[in-house]
Design a protein around this ligand. Structure first.
Ligand SMILES: Cc1cc2nc3c(=O)[nH]c(=O)nc-3n(C[C@H](O)[C@H](O)[C@H](O)COP(=O)(O)O)c2cc1C
Length: 87
C-alpha cells in the first residue's frame, strides 16, 4: 500500500510526484491519494496519477482533498478518511 500526499500545481499532479512514480515500480500496489489545493480543486491530478500508474490500483473514488487554507484544521477529516480505509 502506498499513500501519496501532493499539492496541485498548474491544474495537475506536481512533476516531482510523477518523477517519483516513474522511478519506482508500483505495479500491483494499492495507492491512496491525499491532496491540498487552491481554488481549483483536484483538477486533472487524479487522472495524471492514474495514467502514470496503469498497473496499480489507485483508489480514485476516495481521495482526501483539502483547500490549502483549511489544511491546518483537517486532522479530524484525515483521521476519519483513514478510518474509513480501515487504518
Ligand atoms: C507552482 C504552483 C502552482 C499551483 N497551481 C495550482 C492549481 O493549478 N490549482 C490549485 O487549486 N492550486 C494551485 N496551487 C496551490 C497549491 O496547490 C497550494 O499552495 C498547496 O496545496 C499548498 O500545500 P503546500 O503548503 O504543501 O505546498 C499552486 C501552487 C504552486 C506553488
Amino acid at each position: 500500500m502506498y499513500q501519496f500526499g501532493h499539492a496541485i500545481w498548474w491544474y495537475g499532479a506536481p512533476m516531482a510526484l510523477l518523477s517519483f512514480i516513474e522511478a519506482n515500480d508500483l505495479s500491483g500496489k494499492q495507492v491512496y491519494l491525499f491532496c491540498s489545493h487552491g481554488t481549483g480543486g483536484l483538477a486533472g491530478s487524479v487522472d495524471d496519477i492514474e495514467d502514470a500508474l496503469p498497473d496499480s490500483a489507485v483508489l480514485s473514488d476516495n481521495v482526501f482533498d483539502v483547500y490549502e487554507e483549511e489544511a491546518s484544521e483537517s486532522q479530524s477529516g484525515i483521521l476519519s478518511w483513514l478510518s474509513d480505509l480501515g487504518y
